[in-house]
Design a protein around this ligand. Structure first.
Ligand SMILES: [Zn+2]
Length: 246
């Protein structure tokens, strides 16, 4: 969760990076962004890349100026040499060059926005990947909960390492919605999670372990008139899987 909040908050700075390079930030935004740059290596790298592209574009523009200036001199010389000569006029060249620079800037902005989108997606993928790796570690090394299988077709394992717990359950109905409940010793629901299993009828997921977690149950909720039936804040209907913490 904290990871996702960070990504959302960071998007604001990513948006400022382009404006910063193009000199479009006002004083207060500029100060905020420069302060952020001091402790964000990602944004420093990004600003460096954008500066390099902007610098290349400026070089292209300077070269075009030089060519145009040479053309003007050449045109003047020829005009004085031969007034009847049919020469290309300078204005079209100016227009073309302005479009080139504008196109370059639009390309720069588009490229960086696309980069930021990719960057955001990568951050999410990295988070998902870390969670999967962590789930694998807890699955390998964690303490097993005693499972009481109440539905013959459903099999599962719950393990925790004191910080997180991983639930791996097979044989669920992919069409069905289920409620997962963690109860504490007093029987109060400490955590709940509603889910639809994967196409293979599986739930494999890492959760933060509530402090006084004692028992986990997965229920196939009572028919509520919705299709499929929606799980409620407390278990209802059939308990299809149950495990207790040793
Ligand atoms: Zn940053």
């Amino acid at each position: 969760m904290a990871q996702m909040d960070r990504a959302d908050g960071h998007r604001y700075f990513e948006g400022l990076a382009v404006a910063h390079v193009l000199g479009g930030l006002d004083d207060s935004e500029g100060r905020v962004f420069r302060a952020h740059l001091l402790d964000c290596a990602d944004c420093r790298a990004r600003v460096g890349e954008l500066r390099a592209i902007a610098h290349d574009l400026a070089d292209v523009e300077r070269d075009e100026h030089r060519v145009r200036a040479a053309q003007v001199i050449e045109t003047k010389r020829r005009e004085s040499d031969d007034a009847d000569d049919d020469l290309e006029e300078a204005p079209p060249a100016t227009r073309v060059s302005r479009f080139t620079v504008l196109g370059g800037l639009l390309f720069l902005v588009g490229l960086s926005l696309w980069n930021f989108t990719l960057h955001g997606e990568m951050t999410q993928l990295e988070t998902d990947n870390r969670n999967l790796v962590r789930a694998g570690v807890v699955r390998e090394t964690g303490t097993s909960w005693r499972s009481a299988i109440t539905d013959a077709s459903v099999q599962g394992v719950v393990k925790d390492d004191g910080t997180d717990f991983v639930v791996s359950v097979d044989g669920l109905d992919p069409e069905q919605r289920y409620g997962l409940y963690v109860k504490d010793e007093s029987g109060t629901t400490a955590y709940r999670f509603y889910f639809g299993p994967s196409e293979e009828g599986r739930l494999y997921r890492l959760f933060a372990l509530p402090d006084d977690a004692d028992r986990l149950l997965i229920s196939d909720p009572e028919d509520t008139g919705d299709s499929p039936a929606v799980p409620g804040s407390e278990p209802s209907g059939d308990t299809v899987f149950e495990a207790s913490r040793p």
